[in-house]
Design a protein around this ligand. Structure first.
Ligand code: B12
Length: 211
């Protein structure tokens, strides 16, 4: 498989070529799904760049979102790692933080967590810190995963962690993820862990849950 060409097809918003290539990956060898996913993300970077340069518009971003959702759908079966269906589902909260409406990355992370034995309470997008606190209390959750793609999401993540601490929920572990997240951002936010890859998220959450 020519992953460069796949990234380019995504970057060009060429749905037919992208779909054909992804179906080919899945029919040949599902274990290559992560590489195909990575290529699609590279394609998303091309799209972001073209948007910044004024070549693409918001309508193109919306279409890109639909293409990425379709890509995840096709690749899904090849993205789950090992699974642990025999464990009772561990509850955890996941959401995209306040003022951020991006949810494609969050949805990928949710699929992988669910496939690995978590009962993911997905609060959706643009979620206020108080909503996270309420959900954690109501469901007696010990793990929270926060997603954000906008630079300003870091501030919302920080406010969410502060709200959890202010509510006395100090024993709740928080992992943050998404494009602007880094070691430095993790420290600033006061989170316990950070990740870009959904696989790392799964590993960290499993270790926290003891599964
Ligand atoms: C699709 C898209 C949209 C779609 C979103 C559709 C949807 N349902 O999500 C729409 C059209 C709605 C949109 C809107 C906007 N967007 Co937009 N969008 C994108 C685009 C092209 C792709 C994002 C994406 O889905 N990537 C693919 C996913 C799979 O990657 P990901 O989210 O990073 O997730 C991965 C990891 O980060 C990680 N991960 C994600 N979440 C989590 C969570 C945890 C806990 C963990 C551990 C890991 C993890 O796992 C994922 C899989 O590997 C990006 C460009 C880019 N290169 O990212 C711009 C981009 C993010 N958008 C941008 C902008 C500016 C906007 C708008 C302000 C545009 C406008 N003028 O209106 C609005 C903002 C709306 C808002 N308030 O949120 C900028 C952000 C700039 C910045 N740094 O702040 C970008 C970077 C484009 C650019 N280069 O300018 N956008």
């Amino acid at each position: 498989m020519d992953y460069e060409a796949l990234a380019e097809a995504m970057g060009d918003l060429d749905e037919d070529t992208m779909t054909d290539m992804l179906n080919e990956v899945m029919s040949e060898d599902k274990s290559h799904a992560p590489e195909a996913m990575e290529a699609c993300q590279k394609g998303m970077d091309i799209i972001g760049q073209r948007f910044e340069e004024g070549e693409y518009f918001v309508g193109d971003l919306i279409y890109a979102g639909e293409l990425m959702t379709k890509a995840v759908d096709i690749l899904k079966d090849g993205l789950v790692s090992g699974g642990s269906g025999e464990n009772a589902a561990v509850p955890m909260v996941l959401c995209t933080v306040k003022d951020d409406l991006h949810d494609i990355g969050k949805n990928i992370v949710r699929s992988m967590l669910e496939a690995n034995g978590f009962n993911v309470i997905d609060l959706g997008i643009d979620v206020a810190p108080e909503t996270v606190v309420e959900a954690v209390k109501k469901n007696n959750v010990k793990i929270v995963a926060l997603s954000g793609v906008l630079t300003l999401a870091i501030d919302s993540m920080k406010k969410t962690v502060e709200a959890l601490k202010a509510a006395g929920l100090d024993d709740v572990k928080v992992i943050i993820g998404g494009a602007p997240v880094s070691e430095e951002a993790c420290k600033e936010v006061g989170a316990d862990e950070w990740a870009h890859s959904p696989q790392k998220t799964v590993d960290v959450c499993k270790a926290w849950a003891g599964i």
